[in-house]
Ligand binder design. Sequence first.
Ligand code: F6P
Length: 559
Amino acid sequence: MRSLGLISNAKSTLVHTPAWQRLLVHHNDMKSVKMMDLFSENPDRFDQFSLSFENMLLDYSKNIITDYTLDHLFYLARKQKVREFRDAMFRGEKINNTEGRAVLHTALRNRSGRPIMVDGKDVMPGILHELEKMRVFTGKVRSGEWKGYTGKPITDIVNIGIGGSDLGPNMVCRALTPYADRLRVHFVSNVDGTQIENRLMDLDAETTIFIIASKTFTTQETITNANTARKWFLADPAISEKDIARHFVAISTNSEAVEAFGIDLSNMFEFWDWVGGRYSLWSAIGLSIALYVGMDRFIEMLEGAEAMDKHFQNEPMETNMPMILALIGIWYGNFFGAESSAVLPYDHHLRLLPAYLEQADMESNGKSVDRDGLQTTYSTGKVIWGTEGINGQHAFYQLLHQGTRLIPTDFIASVRSHSCLKEHCDILASNFIAQTEALMRGRNENETRLQLRNAGVELDEIEKHIPHMTFQGNQPSNSIVLDQLTPRSLGSLLALYEHKIFVQGAIWNLNSYDQWGVELGKKLASNILNEIKSGRTLYQHDASTDGLLDWFREKRKEG
Ligand code: F6P
């Protein structure tokens, strides 16, 4: 296993390797290639560059790639020992080298009964124990057996968490709304008091359970919101501290902090330091999901993810979906200079997927030092962004179609919608397909001229319009098509992205499982909080920071 490097300011030599250099040369041959020509030359291109997994289709034929491109990318992956590194992760080796931790979110969905060892101990019994505890708890709450302090059954669940302790469960709950049957589930993440105030306004303390979800149980936003929720709960004189046990549960790796907060440890669901926050929805962090759709559905989601894990482990690179997606991303990011990549779900239930993937991808691979402590001299994680596709069409697609940047896109859709409005489903599907076609095809001058002529536009007007109405095209996209969004297919889709992120991190030789970059801001915010509260300047800042601080203090004094 690669170790923690000691050299500072030294540079990675990845870009000088033959594998990288081959890709640079190949890029020179490919940079002016038009995808439309590749399709004209090869009638089998769709068959050749698409894969299926269970009922999921990945069409990656609308990319600026040939067989050679993939061969060169596979060579890079072999040279970077991606498969060996993957196997080390699944074995439970401590590939998070800066924190000395294993990376085992895959163990959370290991349904095979196979032991997985960390520090000589099988982690599976602990995982199964927590799953059973979740089953018992969710069963009681969902059936109404678990009563609030006045004896009424629970109607509302509020998950208080942030980052990985919010984005994953929130996104999955929205995605699986068609499977929700009993409880309302809400999410509070922002320390902006407006969010929790608005949420609490509609809730009844008698019938609400708060889940305090925090791996560390020290996250300022979460603890502040949790304290506010507790104060709100205890505001009624009829409620006493002992009633907290019926209304507050915790999910954490930090039992001391949970106890100190006042939550009984019998109401604590455990997970482990080898589960990264942004990879934790498969653990008890998914409790809100299990309450919302039931434990059986939660397990189906784990099974879908496990199926993708097996695919990732066992398929050769040529037919391995996460590998292909990752390598195509590397091709654009490192050789075409693409700065960002958009995720565009054509499924209202997946509307939070882009936000979830922002954290999953950018917190994992937004790094400029490799796992050996060497400066990267190549781009790493791209900016990930997006929104529901159909809404994006009427907002930012202009830039995708006619802007100056290359922005590779992932289009995601389901063949069978959960909506029974057929007309809507057909329109959605047609837009999903048409957009990938339009991005690739573009529209040349002659086509534009013809269209304007057919529309009866005057000849001199036509020539004025042409530059504005032609589209260069050749914008790449992947299309991921699910049969239907189910717990199982969602599990597979999310694991696909997790492994894509893994492969890219392995190629760039990053530690994708730490997040030191978020620490400094937290530290400085804590200093500034002291200064805001005390009204005194306690730390040295630059003129801008001092100016902002003074502005806040002055304006607050003015009331
Ligand atoms: O600040 C970033 C981060 O540490 C994320 O990695 C994590 O998902 C989030 O904060 C929340 O952390 P916790 O679950 O410990 O409250």
